[in-house]
Ligand binder design. Structure first.
Ligand code: AMP
Length: 360
């Protein structure tokens, strides 16, 4: 479909980015390469994104004055993390285009609504039960034969805010209060054989393109490695792509999305969650595709033609967590390896400091 010139954001226009972490940094770098300016809203001064963006508004994400300034200075606004206050995104959307749509943000912030929505899109998920108290937890666990993953409905990430029940009879007494006494969801424990994710994009004209799924391995709840191809059957790849297409269409989405899926022994899929943003498991696209997920997102929100997501190499991406980054000299000597650091000075355990992508 031809894209109308008028819907394309002109060169030199400004993209507002809410959030100043590494995803915002890589979005700002991609935006600069396409001739756009960027302004980052992030309280932390000299954050990873602000180091490479055109400018920064150093304020909280819900600061009304800062939001007003962001709306005035930006031609289009996006975000790099899913805990952006929905009210902030909605108020901005009354003044300038906000992509992905705030409704996608809102759905992704509550695991319960997210799972219900995935099912409305025809995408299978694990069974789940909403939990608001100790008795409900005991009853729900009994229904699930004592096995399940208990998660906070909101604000969980990298496996935080979760409790695993992997054998019947485990104590539940302190679990509800240990997780903060907040609304929870108990999910059936999924006996998956692999975890994959699919990164896809939808343009302002409704065009959808999708990268090949990656196979993801986690250590201590944090993504460790993404490998492409994912070594799953063509039918599984097709089902993953169909699922993300259905999700993007139902959300009337614009931008890049990441959908995480469990692969079952028979090759069928259960969706875990989606992220309305560029995704850690899509960092490999930077080295193994001509157009990365970051550029694809910028293209989508600026009304530019999308890439077909062609991949020129097999690859694996590994996160550099905490002290992993100390191995930099050795990493730089690895063959066919792209190193990407996030400009974080404080090395802390569990902190994402960078990543490498090795072409195979
Ligand atoms: P999440 O925060 O939902 O992405 O979960 C983090 C990790 O926990 C996932 O990548 C899985 O490895 C594991 N996990 C999450 N939910 C389940 C589940 N219902 N059954 C089995 N493992 C799960």
């Amino acid at each position: 479909m031809a894209i109308a010139q008028s819907s394309i954001l002109q060169q030199g226009s400004t993209i507002g980015i809410i959030g100043g972490g590494q995803l915002g940094r890589m979005l700002a770098m991609a935006a600069a390469r396409l001739g756009y300016q960027t302004i980052v809203l992030e309280p932390q001064d000299k954050c990873p994104a602000a180091q490479v963006a055109t400018s920064q508004i150093a304020a909280k994400y819900d600061d009304p004055d800062a939001l007003e300034t962001l709306a005035v200075l930006s031609d289009v606004i996006t975000y790099e993390f899913e805990n952006v206050p929905v009210e902030a995104a909605r108020s901005l959307a009354q003044k300038k285009p906000v992509y992905p749509p705030p409704a996608a943000l809102e759905i992704s912030q509550d695991r319960l609504g997210e799972k219900q929505f995935l099912r409305e899109c025809g995408i299978a998920t694990a069974d789940f039960i909403a939990i608001d108290g100790q008795k409900e937890l005991d009853d729900a666990l009994a229904q699930m034969s004592g096995r399940g993953v208990l998660k906070t409905r909101r604000l969980g990430y990298d496996g935080k805010g979760q409790h695993l029940f992997n054998r019947p009879g485990q104590a539940t007494r302190h679990v509800f209060s240990d997780l903060g006494g907040v609304p929870l969801i108990l999910e059936a424990l999924v006996p998956f054989v692999a975890e994959i994710s699919v990164i896809a994009a939808r343009g302002t004209d409704g065009t959808i393109t999708s990268y090949e799924p990656a196979r993801n391995e986690h250590i201590n709840g944090i993504l460790h490695r993404s490998t492409v191809p994912a070594n799953v059957s063509p039918q599984t790849v097709e089902a993953a792509v169909a699922a993300v297409q259905s999700l993007l269409t139902k959300l009337d989405y614009v931008g890049v999305i990441g959908l995480e899926l469990f692969v079952m022994e028979d090759g069928s899929l259960l969706a875990n969650e989606f992220a309305p943003r560029v995704h850690n498991s899509g960092h490999w696209t930077e080295a193994a595709c001509v157009v990365s997920q970051f550029e694809q997102h910028i293209r989508a929100i600026c009304g530019l033609p999308l890439s077909d997501c062609h991949r020129h190499s097999d690859c694996e991406m590994e996160n550099l967590i905490g002290e992993d980054v100390m191995q930099l000299p050795a990493l730089l000597q690895q063959k066919n390896t792209m190193v990407h650091l996030y400009g974080k000075n404080d090395v802390r355990p569990g902190r994402k400091m960078g990543h490498i992508t090795r072409l195979k």
